[in-house]
Design a protein around this ligand. Structure first.
Ligand code: M6R
Length: 613
């Protein structure tokens, strides 16, 4: 979704702004823009399309290359079509103020009417332009940009992360946050702002996340934070920015998605490191801040998330019931928020989010808190809103995930939920011996993934046979059911092929009507309790002439009666088999999309972090 970048320092601002925008390209956007401030005023350039289109606009009509302060933005359209007039930054009519905005202004219609009645003229259809007008209106009386911004925001309802520059103070940037992330940092006489810490990787050693209700004034090399409403100074802690060098580069891979698929063994190692206690057959998850008494008194678990995180959550709900004997259910975050669910006493809500910023998941966290649930989070992005609002939780430590299609986050979510289920199980009913077996199974995850990665060429060859299909089904049972849902989502979001994930037993209750020789079925059939029954379902598909791709355990020759297109996963317990299976699905989806020539890292209409409902 939208991205914000800002820089003030002694060096030229434009290269920093453009490289920051590129770092956020993975978030998904449809237009981009920059504004730099210098003695000559504010110069703004905007373009529809990628940052490369903005480069072209700047080449055709350059801005002052010596300007040392500026802001930039990538926009994902909400109010108004993708068009230059709707791209950010937005300027006040006299060009004195420029604003970039993430979020949605709920009362923008009323604000626009008010501004128009005072003579204001709008040049875009966006909700954001009202902010430039409002701040400009307050500027003369307020006496400073930060005061004018805070006064303007008192009239604004909705969500925002903003960065503002003004000709009155050409080396200042004012930023503010309510519901949309803003992160600031300093280094070597420069200050930076971004909506995403990844944009600041390599620029600063540590970052400070604003809280809702905070504004900050950035000058070269320093910043001050204050409350928007009260004006009082506020101190927020700094967080180390621990992106490894190259973490936000492709590192020789054709796409971030492929790089991230291949990073999964290491991501899992980082996720598991120091958390498994082999001797005691349990896990240590300090961030949960739960004592044994609290775990023992849990009466139920609700797991909530969106998209891929939801499918990982479904896998986790099965594990909570299997290992800990706690009734557990998964609920879509948007549904949890709006259907007024019953939250029984002693219920834990486990919220899952790679980004930690997904609007529906955040809303579910807030609703669960209101209803008295014990709220826990599993996030990847350190310092993200969900992680901070939940208060108790663990991080995935998967490293930055840049490709829009989630890969390593899913695997680490499955591992993190597995560790949580193990901890809860050992606190309640699981024997030490059973706990040790689960520890061993979790420790084996990275090698299970490596075994599938080594079949990349074979999977590419299988993908070639099916890249021309229009529809596909993924089927599985038990823990392979969430894996089927995830496989279908991966294929549809990056290849635009219509794909559906089904419980293998459900196929015959309707979707089987769609099967014929043109509709491949990816059957997830590793050894385990559902194996033989799924073989029966494969037979049903073959009887309708549907070609089958099987993902099966090494040495299991039963599937060969139905297909030669078999990807092998190593033998492992039922509970961990979804991990190598999903890696095979990721590679299959990746190669289908590549062969179809689709823009894998930035699929159409999708955003990495969905911060609107
Ligand atoms: O950041 P989150 O995990 O909360 O994101 C949830 C979904 O938006 C995300 O998983 C989405 O479904 C991805 N495109 C899946 O690849």
């Amino acid at each position: 979704m939208c991205g914000i970048i800002g820089f003030t320092g002694r060096a030229a601002a434009l290269p920093v702004l453009l490289s920051g925008l590129r770092r956020m390209e993975y978030r998904g956007y449809d237009s981009a823009g920059v504004a730099v401030v210098s003695a000559g005023g504010i110069q703004c350039r905007r373009a529809v399309g990628k940052v490369s289109a903005l480069d072209a606009a700047l080449a055709a009509d350059p801005v002052d290359a010596s300007a040392t302060c500026g802001i930039g933005h990538t926009r994902w359209a909400t109010h108004g079509a993708p068009a230059v007039r709707n791209a950010h930054p937005h300027l006040s009519p006299d060009g004195r103020v420029a604003v970039v905005h993430n979020g949605i202004i709920d009362n923008y219609a009323a604000l626009r009417e008010g501004i128009k009645s005072r003579g204001g003229v709008f040049r875009s259809e966006t909700d954001s332009e009202a902010l430039a007008h409002l701040i400009r209106e307050k500027l003369d009386d307020a006496g400073s940009l930060i005061e004018a911004t805070c006064r303007a925001l008192q009239n604004v309802e909705g969500t925002y992360g903003i960065a503002v520059v003004c000709t009155d103070a050409p080396d200042e940037i004012v930023v503010a946050r309510k519901g949309s992330p803003v992160v600031i940092g300093t280094a070597d006489g420069a200050s930076f702002v971004a909506s995403d810490a990844a944009a600041l990787a390599g620029r600063t050693q540590s970052v400070t996340f604003l809280d809702d209700g905070d504004a900050a004034l950035l000058k070269p090399g320093s910043f001050e934070i204050r409350s928007i409403s009260a004006g009082a100074a506020v101190v927020r802690p700094a967080t180390p920015l621990d992106f490894a060098p190259g973490a936000v580069e492709k590192g020789g891979f054709e796409h971030f998605m492929l790089k991230e698929i291949f990073e999964q063994p290491e991501a899992l190692e980082n996720c598991l490191r120091g958390r498994l206690l082999s001797e005691d057959g349990t896990a240590k998850l300090s961030g949960l801040h739960l004592d044994a008494r609290e775990i023992a008194s849990l009466s139920g678990i609700v797991v909530t998330a969106c998209g891929t995180s939801y499918y990982a959550g479904l896998h986790g709900a099965y594990a909570f019931e299997q290992f800990a004997g706690i009734p557990a259910r998964i609920e879509q975050a948007a549904e949890f928020r709006y259907r007024n669910p019953i939250v029984a006493p002693d219920t834990a809500l486990v919220s899952l989010s790679q980004s930690g910023e997904t609007a529906d998941t955040l809303a579910a966290v807030r609703e669960a808190k209101r209803k008295g649930a014990l709220v826990l989070s599993i996030c990847n992005v350190v310092g993200s809103t969900i992680a901070r609002e939940a208060g108790r939780g663990i991080y995935l430590h998967a490293g930055p995930e840049i490709g829009v299609a989630s890969t390593k986050a899913f695997l680490c979510q499955v591992a993190a939920l597995g560790m949580m289920a193990l901890l809860f199980g050992r606190t309640r009913r699981l024997s030490c011996e059973d706990g040790r077996a689960i520890v061993s199974a979790l420790e084996a995850l990275p090698d299970l993934v490596r075994a599938v990665l080594s079949q990349n060429d074979k999977i590419a060859a299988i993908a070639e046979k099916y890249a021309g299909a229009r529809d596909a089904f993924f089927i599985g049972r038990g823990y392979q059911y969430p894996a089927a849902l995830e496989g279908a989502l991966k294929l549809k979001e990056i290849s635009y092929l219509h794909a559906e994930g089904y419980h293998a037993a459900e196929l015959k209750h309707g979707p089987i009507a769609l099967l014929d020789e043109n509709v491949p079925v990816v059957a997830l059939v590793p050894q385990g309790p559902g194996h033989d029954k799924t073989l029966g379902n494969i037979q049903e598909c073959r009887a309708r002439n549907a070609p089958v791709v099987a993902i099966a355990t090494e040495g299991d020759s039963a599937v060969e009666a139905f297909t030669a297109d078999v990807v092998r996963v190593p033998p492992c317990p039922e509970f961990t088999a979804a991990v190598p299976v999903v890696v095979a699905e990721q590679l299959f989806a990746y190669h289908v999309a590549r062969l179809r020539g689709e823009p894998i890292d930035q699929p159409r209409n999708l955003a990495k972090s969905v911060t609107v409902e």
